[in-house]
Design a protein around this ligand. Structure first.
Ligand SMILES: [Zn+2]
Length: 102
């Protein structure tokens, strides 16, 4: 999955920033700074390189937080967002034509 430096969502520009130390403190691999229009994600966690699938799902997870927020829905439902981001990633992989088991 291609990871851009920015995405636009309902006219709002959101920066997607890699910071390998930002989220380590609280155990999260990503963070949505809604009012600052920033998504921060890690490629490393406590010194170990994360799998690309994990990074991709984390970024989708954070984007879904933003989507729910701009739509006025509950944007803190971690259980829903976790499952939804996994499903969305499955779809994106198939659209990308990668990782399809035949
Ligand atoms: Zn979350």
């Amino acid at each position: 999955m291609y990871i851009p430096n920015k995405i636009k969502l309902m006219g709002r520009e959101i920066d997607i920033i890699n910071d390998d130390l930002a989220c380590d403190i609280d155990g999260h691999l990503g963070q949505s700074l809604l009012t600052e229009s920033k998504i921060i994600y890690q490629k490393l966690a406590k010194g170990k390189t994360l799998k690309q699938d994990c990074i991709n799902v984390t970024i989708l997870h954070e984007i879904i937080h933003f989507m729910l927020w701009v739509l006025g829905y509950d944007y803190n439902d971690e259980k829903f967002i976790e499952r939804f981001s996994e499903l969305l990633y499955q779809v994106i992989q198939q659209i990308d034509g990668k990782n399809i088991k035949k």
